[in-house]
Design a protein around this ligand. Structure first.
Ligand SMILES: [Zn+2]
Ligand SMILES: [Zn+2]
Length: 112
């Protein structure tokens, strides 16, 4: 009788440990998933290329619009990072934010 009662306590203890371990791993997985998702989201936004974040003032700077290429002087609609004229296709290495801080071309830093 005593033995039986003891085995039930051991069983309960084991279940409790298993639940605690499962909870730990679920929390761990959630945290990992969150980091993974936020990284994926950053990369996805970068490829969409509509805005870029300034590292100094943390403002989103628009990169899609009407730009004048400093090389061929053509005005084009599209991404700031590459000239829209097919015969030019000049790459912009960086742009300047409203706060005066320079923002590197994320497509160039990805290649390196
Ligand atoms: Zn800025
Ligand atoms: Zn150009």
């Amino acid at each position: 009788m005593f033995k039986r009662a003891w085995s039930i306590i051991v069983f309960c203890f084991r279940v409790a440990t298993m639940i605690a371990a499962a909870g730990f791993w679920i929390l761990h997985a959630l945290r990992y998933g969150q980091t993974f998702l936020s990284a994926w989201w950053r990369v996805r936004n970068m490829h969409a290329g509509s805005t870029v974040r300034c590292s100094a003032c943390h403002q989103n700077v628009e990169t899609v619009g009407r730009w004048t290429c400093s090389l061929c002087r053509a005005t084009y609609d599209g991404s700031v990072w590459r000239c829209g004229r097919p015969s030019c296709r000049a790459v912009t290495p960086y742009i300047s934010c409203n706060c005066g801080h320079f923002i590197d071309n994320p497509f160039l830093t990805e290649v390196h």
